[in-house]
Design a protein around this ligand. Structure first.
Ligand code: COA
Length: 351
């Protein structure tokens, strides 16, 4: 028994935010953003109306319909995001409620592997399907970055990159010989955990990076302090990224993990019909394409329109490729991701 992608859907919020619009908030230019990242525009969710969960639900409804099932048939939910509606509980249960599935009391699992979240989620789902535990798993990646970005000059290197959106798949067992997930490869290395991170608010209490930096405090408080005034005053409640370190690691790990998956399956890179890399930066994807020696028509890039949507980027790109008729039955599709953690991984699936 293998796992097949039975249905796929995506949701992109309506509001288009161009590079030009960003220049009105911060010291940046359209040329800088395009040259360094390839991004021309991204989408932002509608504040106070849309959330990570509502976008996930919109993508999920399409995936469920395309799988030819009803929401009640879903027997497990896996939700990957780094921008959850709440610190806890995770979005899995919120999505269950949003889809009206509380009566079925199915399990809901939250995945926190950032840009690699969808790949990790697929690997987990694959194990559940292969053991026969579940028959209709709903896996979503959804992000609402626009609520957590720094629109001052200080945040420009991070803020210009990210966008909002959601993608979802329904996973089912298949016994067809030429169909389904061939393998998944997962890796991580926490050495550089803080180099692409949103550290505050958190329960670290200054442990990793020193209490003074974060304004901790007052030994008279019996517990810790989740958010300090210094964090607020010094603009520390937004993501930070050491861009060049991320770039250098990404261009090594992407090809490595793709080749590892191919070797495990006993296949050569020529066997890949479509590579769907996590949309981190167009320059990273172009570098990976070159190293892998793949022609343009075998690589999906849509970061130009949506920016980096983290856990949502692979399902959105995969869905768009599917809708554009770029995937045929039996095609070998390779998904690969790298991101915060660092974590990275790949999936090989026969469509
Ligand atoms: N607009 C204009 N200038 C900007 C800017 C922006 N949005 N962001 C940064 N700059 C400036 C910097 O301040 C710096 O100026 P200085 O030379 O006067 O100090 C200059 O541009 C170069 O900055 P640097 O950080 O060295 O640029 P870079 O070539 O490394 O590009 C990234 C920055 C973020 C685009 C690039 O490092 C990158 O894409 N890294 C990978 C990020 C990624 O993929 N993250 C997601 C992983 S899942």
């Amino acid at each position: 028994m293998k796992t097949k992608i039975a249905g796929i859907g995506k949701y992109l919020p309506k509001r288009v935010v161009t590079n030009q619009e960003l220049t009105t908030y911060m010291d940046t230019t359209n040329e800088w953003i395009i040259e360094r990242t390839g991004i021309e525009e991204r989408r932002y969710a509608e504040k106070h109306k849309e959330t990570t969960t509502t976008m996930a639900a919109a993508a999920a409804r399409i995936a469920i319909e395309r799988a030819g099932i009803t929401p009640e048939d879903i027997d497990f939910i896996i939700f990957a995001t780094l921008s959850p509606d709440y610190y806890f509980p995770g979005c899995g249960v919120l999505l269950q409620r949003e889809l009206g599935l509380t009566k079925t009391e199915i399990g809901a699992l939250d995945i926190r592997n950032q840009c690699t979240g969808f790949v990790y989620g697929l690997s987990v789902a694959d194990q559940f399907i292969k053991t026969g535990m579940y028959k209709n798993i709903l896996l979503v990646g959804s992000e609402m970055h626009s609520m957590g970005l720094d629109f001052s000059d200080e945040g420009r290197a991070v803020t210009v990159i990210f966008g909002d959106g959601a993608g979802a798949v329904v996973l089912q067992p298949t016994t067809k010989e030429n169909q389904g997930i061939l393998n998944t490869v997962l890796h991580s290395d926490g050495t550089h955990a803080e180099e692409l991170a949103m550290i505050n608010p958190g329960s670290h209490g200054g442990y990793h990076l020193g209490t003074e930096k974060f304004g901790y405090p007052d030994p008279s408080i019996p517990g810790g302090v989740f958010v300090t005034q210094k964090m607020v005053d010094d603009n520390m409640l937004t993501p930070n990224m050491t861009g060049q370190l991320v770039f250098k690691n990404a261009v090594v790990k992407f090809p490595e993990v793709i080749k590892e998956g191919l070797a495990k399956a006993g296949l050569e890179k020529e066997a890949i019909d479509l590579l769907v890399p996590h949309q981190a930066n167009l320059r990273i994807s172009q570098f990976v394409q070159k190293v892998m020696g793949l022609p343009d028509e075998k690589v999906v890039n849509n970061i130009q329109k949506y920016g980096n949507t983290t856990a949502a980027s692979i399902p959105i790109a995969l869905c768009e490729a599917f809708e554009d008729g770029r995937i045929n039955e039996g095609d070998l599709v390779c998904l690969a991701a790298f991101g915060s953690g660092f974590t990275w991984g790949s999936v090989l699936v026969r469509w």
